[in-house]
Design a protein around this ligand. Structure first.
Ligand code: F0G
Length: 360
């Protein structure tokens, strides 16, 4: 499959001469999850997982980065810069390498998952770790971008959200209708803003395009979840010192705060919080019951779904079609599974030891 710019050209700000920077991102799997449905107490509901970790650098950021980097190259940028909890940095570094542009990434020191840090390094970005959190990194990035004429490729860059909205198009194309509910994590709040924009645009496009009549005109309810220790939107004020094991969404003052509020209010959804324990429980469940390994932050949406379902949130809804967005791959964060009691048995390389382990 070609990348998202080729697939959705008509919805994106590109022309025939635009030099496209792509790694053939997008077209990610939408996988049915019957065990998750049963565990939520909804055995007959259709629950799907959108595996955004299948993107080229292992997260949904690639959808936005292909367009941000394409436009940076087209506009003659000198280089790109971003602040990141890890995934944006990995994606920016890869696409900048492909575009031949210098890339500077600012990361909170000691709070980035190992896989993401390795990616930024191997793709050849200039990696700077800051003794402060994401919000502090972003402040420095804004200063540096101004001072040294660099293009910011955080989600404050409008092309990022334009690219990311294409995930909503893919979901519609698979179902040929909208889901009733979409559950997802919220950090800097760009992704929920982008999905909502995508759903609304596709709705408008299909409404005027007679060949593609919309069978069910209902747009999905957008259900966004922050980690309890990093939940500024839920609290209604910035969090100075955000804390959560889900480092990707450890953000105290989200850039797209208003976008996330707009998405949840217009769609009659919610922005709510889940605890680290709930996130980890959903994370393990996805891997052990569905064979899907996502990073902890990605599991926040599923944790939200399980909580919402168990509280009777679907009681009045006939045939819900639920999509949970798994935003990043589990291998991004190889340390987390080994932090709990890992069941690994070491034996001597002989027949007696072999027998012993099966006798127990
Ligand atoms: N899931 C993952 C795996 C992420 O990396 C992020 C954000 C989110 C969810 C939240 O998405 O910010 O659009 O609400 N990561 C950013 C980064 C902040 O720097 O990689 P959001």
């Amino acid at each position: 499959m070609p990348g998202i710019i080729e697939r959705y050209r008509e919805f994106l700000p590109v022309g025939p001469k635009t030099p496209i920077v792509t790694l053939n991102e997008g077209s990610t799997p939408l996988v049915r999850a019957d065990r998750v449905a049963a565990l939520a107490g909804l055995p007959r509901a259709s629950v799907y997982l959108k595996l955004e970790g299948s993107n080229p650098t292992g997260s949904f950021k690639d959808r936005g980065m292909t367009l941000a980097m394409t436009k940076a190259l087209e506009g003659g940028a000198r280089g790109v810069i971003c602040a990141s909890t890890g995934n944006t940095a990995a994606s920016a570094a890869a696409y900048a390498a492909r575009a031949g542009l210098p890339c500077h990434v600012f990361l909170p020191d000691g709070a980035v998952a190992l896989g993401k840090l390795s990616q930024a390094v191997v793709y050849g970005a200039r990696v700077i770790t800051v003794k402060g959190n994401f919000d502090a990194c972003f402040k420095l990035v804004r200063e540096a971008a101004q001072e040294y004429s660099l293009t910011i490729v955080n989600s404050s860059n409008p092309y990022r959200l334009e690219g990311q909205k294409t995930a909503a198009f893919e979901i519609w194309e698979e179902f040929k209708r909208f889901p009733t509910h979409q559950f997802m994590p919220v950090g800097n709040a760009g992704n929920i803003t982008a999905y909502w924009r995508g759903y609304k645009e596709f709705f408008k496009f299909n409404s005027v395009n007679s060949q593609l009549a919309i069978r069910n005109s209902q747009l999905p309810m957008m259900m966004g979840y922050q980690a309890r220790g990093a939940a500024p939107i839920v609290l209604g004020k910035p969090v100075k010192n955000p804390q959560t094991i889900a480092t990707a969404i450890r953000i105290g003052n989200p850039v797209s705060w208003q976008g996330a509020l707009g998405a949840s209010e217009e769609s009659e959804g919610v922005i709510a919080a889940v605890s680290d324990a709930q996130i980890l429980s959903a994370y393990r469940l996805l891997a052990s019951k569905e064979g899907v390994f996502c990073e902890p932050s990605s599991a926040a949406g599923v944790a939200g779904f399980l909580t919402f379902a168990r509280q009777g949130g679907f009681r009045k809804i006939q045939n819900p079609r639920i999509v949970c967005i798994l935003t990043g791959h589990g291998l991004k964060d190889p340390d987390t599974p080994l932090k709990s009691k890992a069941i690994i048995t070491t034996i001597n390389a002989d027949g007696r030891s072999l027998k012993k382990i099966f006798q127990r």
